[in-house]
Design a binder for this molecule. Sequence first.
Ligand code: NAD
Length: 470
Amino acid sequence: MTNYTDNTYSKLFEKQKLQQLKIGRTTYKERIKKLKALRVALEKTYKQDLRDALYKDFKKPQLEVDLTEIYTVVDEIKFACKHLRSWLSNQKVDTPISLLGSSSWIKYESKGVCLIISPWNFPVNLTFGPLVSAIAAGNTVIIKPSEMTPHTSKVMSKIVSDLFNENEVALIEGEVEVSQELLKLPFNHIFFTGSPQVGKIVMKAASEHLTSVTLELGGKSPVIIDDTTSLDKAVKKIIFGKFMNAGQTCIAPDYVFINDSIKSDFVTCFKKHLKDFYSENPSHSDSFGRIVNQKHFERLNGYLEDATTRNADIAIGGNSEAKQNYIEPTVVFDAPEDSKLMQNEIFGPILPVKTYTSISEVLDDINSKEKPLALYIFSSNKKRVNEIINNTRAGTTCINHNLLQFLNHNLPFGGSNNSGIGKSHGYFGFLEFTNQRSVLKQHTIGAVDLLTPPYTNFKQKLVDLTIKWF
Ligand code: NAD
């Protein structure tokens, strides 16, 4: 493991800058070799270390580590290895008749020295996932993981220094100040995953150097349940999506809309499945995680207190235990629109439920807020689903389930405006770290060569003809 101090960041950056063209010239086979080494580190060498570290950081259940931290990155690696040859091939494009005598293609070249800043909620997935795309695209990378999951950052740092020379990939642990220092450097691309608030800071810093950015942000992701769907199945899936990682998932359902008439059935169903998943007392369940730290524990309890003092009704749960940073799966009705619970991304195991009488009410409500990262629809009515999709905007949508849209690497993943800029995963992640260089080669004399000055009447006629016919 390498220990970096403040003044070494720019030296490290310069070292990577010197390497960037060399790394950018590597073949698809050389890049696949690096990706496969990362796969072995995740699946074999460091698997148990990662499980242990994530348990120490916030009691993440082993199955969730395997599925949402390790498998997702391994799958991203497999996908990139399968397609990298074709992604890197020059792409020929058509030549318009006015450019006869030439041919054109797109060359996918690396951007150069890239910075990845990642959050704590899926620290392995959201650090190494983008790293896969960056390596596939032939970049050098500096990584700054979150300070809130220090055990996991330590293992990731070991993996990086085991597999890579720091001139190519380096991981710097540390507090927010480390990110702030790194953001002063003229990176060629910054891939940031985190909150919209910090996303704005990153974009501002990037603008100093006109650095391109991918911002994978968050926000409030609504769920709509209509009266044509099986309530039982919908509730079961929502509990899975909401309480995995104790609700600390960027695409977890943030709040739910249900029809006014099914309120009591919803609560009955919810209680039944909660008990099936996590037993009568979820604090004793090995399948339910903890809030990452005291600061976030207090934030969430503050949201709950703010809502309840203003007449919100806790229909399920509501208990917490400070010593363990434990918050019970909680369902809240009637949280006022201007309460903290309804104004902020919740990012924890509290689910506000809103009731509606018509879908247009729901659409107006969603459209009055920032575009969500995810919008979920539970409905068997195709027309209704289309109506919702066509009359809202969101980064991603999953119909009749939740979270699963993240797992298909053929789909771009990301938000829109406040929930994000740019996309990740598969080919779309590769493109974020790639400059699409346009190349035109002139083979023989072309039509444009006939139009050089002096601009005679004959040449003007040629231009007129071109505009009219070509
Ligand atoms: P955060 O924005 O607080 O921190 C993210 C990273 O930015 C961390 O590495 C942190 O050290 C750094 N950082 C924090 N403050 C900074 C500052 N002032 N200047 C420079 N860097 C700074 O986010 P978080 O709490 O780690 O994660 C939760 C947020 O991330 C939620 O909003 C969630 O929705 C979002 N998120 C989005 C995705 C996605 O894929 N779209 C995935 C996971 C999390």
